[in-house]
Design a protein. Structure first.
Lengths: 202, 191
């Protein structure tokens, strides 16, 4: 009898705990319905960057979804740059972070900033995924091969080969001014980034 | 207190917490069901207060909005579908505002699930949205209506006794705004 009670208690507990986690999901766009792979809750940060504000941002050249190659150094002396690493295509949070930036174009432009999106996914995957977001005004780069080489340079490659959800603000001189290696499970708020952009020389 | 009792108490507290969260998540109201009387802050802009027919400061319940019908959109500034739909909802708003017979009877509000006031402003400015949008930064309204996908439209009929009934709901685009308007007028028996 006691054992039956115990098992009953365990089963009920299990169901409640599971429901707790299911109901703590976040807002999801109908756009991606049935197309998003949910990896569940991940370790918030799984790498340690050696870069700090005030250091020169490591240069890189990566292929973009639209075919051309984009280098960080091409913006030197011209624009401030926001580098947005997101963990992976077709996952929650990532799938709505860039569409948000997509309608904030004037905020970036007002601060003479360009945005560069980077993931470690390959070009065909990024092509299909970003198509779902509508027309993006900023380049999306693939750090697929050699796998995550740029993410590694920036110290944001996680142990399983995806990247952190990280933002680097680089000024016109190529100097890092702000780093946010965010909790991978959460979307960084837009206003913090805007405040950092407003501090920069235009 | 014995160690075992302590452990049992801790487990029990966690379970109670889980039960609360599950209950708090709420279920998505279906057609004909009561719609929860959610509380929103009174907008700061005079034009928005006028639109909703509310005065003063503090909070506002759906039942206090001066209208027979409230179209409530759950959106997110980050949701591409909501972005695509925004001009369509503006068209619906303009259509209603141009019709003297329904202008004072149907009101639209938007609730930005998980969006900060700043993010809601970005959305409002991008699409030049004239009807009131509210920030639901903590997802509290979103949880109350069962964590729907976005955009999600609830058409709520207000009863004389202060209760609200859901007369229509839809996930995704409302499609043609004029057809949508005719449909909800018919569903609500609004004459």
């Amino acid at each position: 009898m006691l054992n039956t009670c115990k098992s009953f208690f365990l089963v009920i507990s299990g169901i409640l705990v599971a429901l707790f986690f299911i109901t703590n999901a976040f807002g999801a766009s109908e756009q991606f319905k049935g197309k998003i792979y949910n990896p569940g809750m991940l370790k918030p940060v799984d790498s340690k960057t050696k870069l700090k504000a005030g250091m020169k941002a490591p240069d890189f050249t990566l292929p973009s979804v639209t075919g051309e190659k984009v280098s960080l150094s091409q913006f030197r002396g011209k624009n401030n740059v926001v580098i947005s690493f997101v963990p992976a295509a077709w996952t929650p949070v990532c799938s709505d972070q860039w569409p948000g930036y997509n309608i904030a174009r004037n905020i970036f432009e007002k601060n003479n900033a360009v945005l560069i999106g980077i993931t470690v996914d390959n070009i065909p995957t990024l092509y299909a995924w970003t198509k779902e977001m509508g027309e993006l005004w900023f380049p999306v780069l693939s750090d697929f091969w050699p796998h995550g080489a740029v993410a590694k340079k920036y110290g944001v490659l996680r142990s399983n080969g995806i990247t952190e959800r990280a933002l680097f603000v680089v000024d016109k001189k190529g100097v890092i001014r702000y780093i946010d290696v965010h909790d991978i499970n959460k979307r960084p708020g837009l206003e913090i980034l805007v405040k950092e952009l407003e501090k920069l020389e235009k | 207190m014995g160690r075992k009792t302590k452990i049992v108490l801790i487990i029990m507290s966690f379970l109670i917490f889980c039960v609360q969260s599950v209950l708090a998540a709420g279920h998505t109201p279906a057609k004909g069901e009561a719609f929860p009387n959610i509380t929103l802050p009174v907008p700061e802009k005079a034009s928005e207060m006028d639109y909703l027919g509310v005065t003063g400061k503090g909070s506002l319940m759906i039942s206090q909005i001066k209208a027979d019908l409230v179209i409530l959109e759950i959106f997110s500034m980050y949701c591409p579908y909501c972005q695509k739909e925004a001009p369509n909802i503006n068209e619906l708003y303009n259509m209603i505002e141009k019709r003297p017979d329904i202008k004072d009877r149907i009101k639209i509000i938007g609730i930005g699930a998980g969006n900060t006031p700043f993010e809601v402003d970005v959305f409002r400015n991008q699409y030049n949205i004239q009807f009131p949008l509210f920030s639901d930064e903590s997802f509290s309204v979103h949880k109350t209506v069962g964590e729907v996908r976005t955009p999600y439209f609830f058409v709520i009929k207000k009863n004389a006794d202060g209760t609200n009934i859901l007369v229509y709901s839809k996930v995704g685009s409302i499609q043609d705004p004029s057809q949508f308007l005719e449909l909800i007028i018919k569903e609500c028996d609004l004459k």
